[in-house]
Design a protein around this ligand. Sequence first.
Ligand code: CO
Length: 133
Amino acid sequence: MTGTIHHVGVAVDDLDAAIARWAALFGATLEHRERVEDQGVEAASLRIGESRIELLAALGAETPVGKFLAKRGPGLHHVAFATADVGAELVRLKADGVELIDETPRQGMFGLQVAFIHPEATGGVLAEFVGNE
Ligand code: CO
């Protein structure tokens, strides 16, 4: 079953400025920064105590985050839940007829398995599963 919230994803226009902003406001420290070509983002994982914020800058206007920014502007993008088995969660949800973005897990930041669930399923919030490290 699903565990804790792994991170909250935030779409940003300027990754460097956002990292500095979250550091100044909340003492966030940069844990990891990576271009995830598959998702069309440059991402920065920040730690605030035990919590994680994932800042997402689009690699292009036609990427999912690029379209999100054009439509809604910077802000809350998704909530990610840690789980022992991403594939099993997808099978469980698919059996319940839940609309998925990813039918199978793919590789995300830190080389961890991830998968996204369509916002329709949650009432407007994009949700993500992240496999345990
Ligand atoms: Co994420």
